[in-house]
Design a protein around this ligand. Structure first.
Ligand code: SAM
Ligand code: 2KA
Ligand code: SF4
Ligand code: MG
Length: 223
């Protein structure tokens, strides 16, 4: 049985958990009607992951089949997410094909895998995993130098220690000079009002972010 975590699906085929239309709930594209393509499998296990249902299962589908389903939704914006999309090799092909089809494409990625092969037309929304995720050791710091102004860097914070860590990362790597930096509280763990107050107190050059889809629909799948 091929492992979902090693990108072994045949060339041009991808394991997909779901494709759905919703309102973009994250990143600077928040609020835009968007088609989501959620790829199955992830080599990380963030303690607070809200999408564990995408770690396994799904169905193997051809690139053409995926492109046709995206097209049927009739939306310009497409967000490729997971799971960890870059864990499947054919994800790079999918991203380029979506751009070729005229879509405005964003990619949600953990920051643990090389983002260098992603089509330059794609906006890469990359996490830097804070210690509270339990996966900070997997951060691929070489990715930071690849981020440009149309990409975004996101840090999801579980507590005050994560916030202090994030502040150090922003300074040490001059993150805010590279691209928009988003700080988001772990839903149900860090009070949004607390994070908002810290950002204002410290005059941090970041964008505070709440997951809009959870405000709208709670933790519903396919939203
Ligand atoms: C489910 S992940 C999929 C893409 C990729 N694996 C990653 O981690 O970026 C999409 C985004 O949701 C965020 N996320 C996951 N669980 C969350 C939670 N409980 N609260 C806030 N953000 C969360 C992740 O940090 C990431 O930015
Ligand atoms: N509405 C909505 N917006 C999102 N933006 C990023 C998502 C993700 O799971 O990566 C997501 C999601 O699952 N739903
Ligand atoms: S990398 Fe993304 S999908 Fe994987 S466990 Fe972490 S938040 Fe979940
Ligand atoms: Mg999500």
């Amino acid at each position: 049985m091929p492992s979902m975590e090693t990108g072994t699906a045949a060339a041009g085929r991808l394991r997909i958990t779901e494709i759905f239309a919703s309102i973009q709930g994250e990143s600077t594209r928040v609020g835009l009607p968007t088609v989501f393509v959620r790829l199955t499998g992830c080599p990380l296990r963030c303690t607070w992951c809200d999408t564990a249902y995408a770690f396994s299962g799904g169905s193997t589908r051809s690139l053409d089949d995926i492109l046709a389903e995206v097209a049927r939704h009739g939306l310009r914006h497409v967000c490729v997410t997971g799971g960890e999309p870059l864990a499947q090799k054919a994800c790079l092909e999918l991203l380029a094909a979506l751009c070729d089809a005229g879509h405005s494409v964003s990619l949600e990625t953990s920051g643990a895998l090389d983002i260098g092969g992603v089509d330059a037309r794609v906006s890469r929304v990359m996490d830097l995993k804070a210690p509270g995720s339990g996966e900070a050791a997997k951060n691929r710091y070489a990715n930071l130098a690849l981020l440009s102004a149309h990409d975004e860097l996101k840090i999801v914070l579980a507590d005050a220690a994560d916030y202090e860590w994030a502040k150090r990362q922003i300074t040490e790597h001059a993150l805010a000079e590279r691209c928009p930096v988003l700080l988001s509280p772990v839903a149900g763990s860090l009070a949004p009002t607390e994070l908002a107050a810290w950002i204002v107190r410290d005059r941090l050059p970041v964008r505070f972010q709440l997951q809009l889809h959870k405000i709208l629909w709670d933790d519903a799948r396919g939203r």
